[in-house]
Write a protein that binds this ligand. Structure first.
Ligand code: IPD
Ligand code: CA
Ligand code: CA
Length: 257
């Protein structure tokens, strides 16, 4: 059976290929459709990338399950036993279409439910954030160290649009206490912000493919990845997630409780 180290090398090649596909075609070579509503976009590149990634994962790790956003993965994943790959073929599709910037490709491997490999490719900056459990986190080939443990009042915070506009009084207080509020429109780019220390925290409603890779990288760096009330998250369902420094997470819990 192929080792985790070999899977790590192959996965880096696969995600780079998907990034190259998106980069080469982003100016004009694709179609856009809507999914649940007019703000929920999918392009032919999302679908191509997912097929490209899944086809190769099936070759290198045939006994694994694949959980992916656009329908080319396994239809039913009810447990996290064995190898489960989680794929977001383009994260920030709206940015991909409107900005040609601030989007990512994301991939993670969970082994028996444990985050084991994680990849977020910032396509435009050609920077691959990758990590393996116990072996650290890298930006391309440069090792990343744990970000400073700053609190909310010293940190920029990212929050998604729905939560920012929700009118929830606790979320409003959290946003007001932070030194500044940011909204990038890509969970991947926002989680890169937290793991590199540019953001002290990120709060969003995330699906498995939005969360899986960033969670692996953030936990490897000693950051907190929890539900906003401090409870554990279930990677197979949608979650209201906080990715943050320990101090930001304590500050937020004080506001919520
Ligand atoms: C979306 C982006 C966005 C987040 C949404 C995600 P998609 O991913 O990450 O920032 O707020 O919850 O669905 O649909 O572009 O892959
Ligand atoms: Ca996506
Ligand atoms: Ca996504």
């Amino acid at each position: 059976m192929i080792s985790i180290e070999e899977l790590d090398q192959k996965a880096q090649q696969i995600i780079r290929q998907a990034g190259q596909n998106a980069y080469q075609k982003m100016e004009n070579d694709y179609q856009v459709d809507t999914k649940t509503n007019y703000t929920d976009l999918v392009t032919t590149i999302d679908r191509e990338n997912e097929q490209l990634i899944n086809d190769q994962l099936r070759k290198i790790d045939p006994d694994s399950q694949i959980l992916s956003e656009e329908g080319f993965g396994d239809q039913q994943i009810s447990n996290m036993q064995g190898h489960v790959w989680i794929v977001d073929p383009i994260d920030g599709t709206m940015n991909f279409v409107k900005q040609h910037n601030n989007f990512a490709v994301m991939l993670a491997l969970y082994v028996d439910g444990q985050p084991t490999l994680g990849y977020i490719l910032d396509v435009i900056n050609n920077r691959l954030y990758h990590g393996r459990k116990g072996a650290g986190v890298y930006a391309n080939n440069q090792k990343i160290s744990q970000p400073a443990d700053l609190g909310l009042r010293e940190s920029l915070l990212a929050m998604n649009r729905i939560l920012t506009l929700s009118g929830d009084s606790a979320l409003k207080k959290i946003a007001q206490d932070a030194i500044g509020l940011r909204m990038y429109g890509s969970a991947g780019i926002e989680m890169i912000g937290v793991i590199t220390g540019q953001l002290g925290g990120y709060i969003s409603n995330l699906k498995p493919w939005d969360l899986a890779a960033g969670r692996m990288l953030a936990e490897e760096l000693g950051l907190v990845v929890k539900s906003i009330d401090g409870s554990s998250i279930n990677v197979l369902s949608s979650n209201l997630v906080l990715v943050a420094t320990r101090q930001v997470s304590r500050d937020i819990r004080q506001i919520i409780n």
